[in-house]
Design a binder for this molecule. Structure first.
Ligand code: TRP
Length: 442
């Protein structure tokens, strides 16, 4: 048994949540861009991480049952083989949580249709149809149209603060925020407003043809190919026609970029020198094969054993589903009550003051146009109490907030050089707000 901190008891830690659509086989791009950083982050102290298999979302783009099932198995096995510890995080399957579609409906009823009209994925389909002279909604399912609402339910159900996603998903997180805001405005303060967490440092990996590695370009290298398959695929990476002995450009070289995503700095420097010294492409490919395999081989065995034991993965997902439902079931009861889906014998609660929401102090994290990440603490009366300076990474800002939330005043001194002084704000006002926040979380 691991001595995993009993998560989710306290409301103070920053909660991270992300979903993986189960419609494909994980490739090296998924590993470098999502699995590896997420698994690393889940090992950090103080974070509560929720990872789930978004199989309801998969139905929107895939109508092959066998593929959905196979992909769910492969993705679950991949994350576990890459070191995700299901004891430390909540790892579950979306469709095991019946409260998610239930919340989807409540959110559907507070989401403007016009807002969904503007969602990128839906709009792209409409634009394509219009360009082709078809009906704008030709072949567009209501599932595609509703995609952002289902995603909002995923996030809001578990009160996630931070949602690590790729840039293409930012709009969905903003929509989830808007849904939460609207819901809270109508029914009282129930939902947590989430933020997108964009990891700038994470590489997008080029694929075999040099474009971004993506299933839709058919240029991927499966994460758990055998060494032989890996070798064949790497042989197909596009290079230029420079002969052995001729110096080669690292700039724009897919081979070099993939190598770099796996190598240490020293190894990358050595490869850069090898390029300058005219390494033969065949030799560079052999080095890439060895470097990738060095990382993947130890996990491959674990992956194979998991894939061949679906019952074990199923049991892990069931256990994760139970942890998740311990939160979602009571929360859904609260939300049903809030909107008026109540037992008739239950006394009608006095209507919650809509303005009650403004009565607690709170942190707000945001990004400025300078690309940096900031936070502020606003008092219960709406007064600005603390204003941070810019942080390079959203995680650093989140960590500062978490330390203020957890340690209150005691964390102020350590953060002194990260905070801009506010005129006319007394230290007692700040400490009162921090205290209030800690009590609110108890
Ligand atoms: N839409 C996300 C993607 O394609 C997957 C997803 C579904 C998700 N639900 C989510 C991501 C909730 C973050 C949070 O990448």
């Amino acid at each position: 048994m691991t001595t995993a901190p009993k998560p989710f008891a306290s409301g103070t830690a920053q909660r991270f949540l992300t979903g993986i659509t189960t419609s494909g086989t994980p490739h090296l791009g998924n590993y470098v861009g999502s699995i590896r950083p997420s698994v690393a982050a889940s090992k950090g102290a103080g974070a509560e991480s929720f990872y789930f298999l978004a199989d309801y979302h998969a139905l929107i783009k895939c109508d092959e049952p066998e593929r959905i099932q196979r992909s769910t198995l492969e993705i679950a096995a991949s994350w576990l083989a890459c070191g995700l510890d299901p004891e430390r995080v909540v790892f579950y399957r979306q469709s095991d949580i019946p409260e998610i579609p239930e919340l989807t409906w409540l959110l559907t009823c507070v989401t403007g249709k016009g807002v969904l009209n503007r969602a990128h994925a839906y709009k792209a389909s409409v634009d394509k149809n219009e360009a082709a002279g078809h009906d704008p909604d030709a072949d567009v399912t209501a599932g595609l149209f509703m995609y952002p609402v289902l995603m909002g339910a995923d996030i809001l159900m578990f009160k996630a603060h931070q949602v690590p996603v790729g840039r293409d998903q930012i709009q969905h997180i903003e929509m989830a925020r808007d849904m939460a805001q609207r819901f809270n405005h109508l029914y009282g303060d129930h939902l947590v407003l989430p933020e997108a967490l964009i990891e700038e440092s994470v590489a997008t990996l080029p694929g075999l043809d040099g474009r971004k590695m993506s299933k839709s370009y058919d240029n991927t290298i499966p994460l758990f190919s055998s060494r032989d398959q890996l070798k064949k695929l790497i042989a197909g990476i596009v290079t230029d026609s420079r002969a052995p002995g001729e110096a080669k450009d690292t700039e724009g070289s897919a081979l070099f970029q993939i190598y770099q995503a796996f190598a240490t700095e020293a190894e990358t420097a050595a490869m850069r020198k090898a390029y300058a010294d005219g390494i033969a492409w065949g030799d560079a490919k052999a080095m890439l094969l060895n470097r990738i395999d060095q990382d993947i081989a130890p996990m491959r065995e674990h992956y194979e054993s998991l894939i061949n034991n679906p019952a074990k993965i199923e049991a892990i997902l069931q256990a994760g589903g139970e942890k998740a439902r311990a939160l979602s079931a009571p929360f859904m009861r609260e939300l049903r009550h809030a909107v008026g889906l109540r037992k008739l014998a239950a006394p009608a609660a006095p209507v919650k003051q809509k303005s009650a929401k403004a009565a607690t102090a709170g942190f707000k994290q945001y990004r400025e146009s300078d690309g940096q990440f900031y936070f502020k603490l606003v008092g219960s009366d709406g007064k600005l109490l603390l204003q941070s300076l810019g942080f390079a990474a959203p995680r650093d800002a989140a960590q500062a907030i978490a330390s203020l939330q957890q340690q209150g005043e005691a964390a102020l001194a350590a953060l002194a050089d990260r905070l801009a002084p506010q005129e006319g704000v007394g230290p007692d006002e700040i400490s009162a707000a921090l205290k209030q926040l800690r009590h609110a979380a108890d």
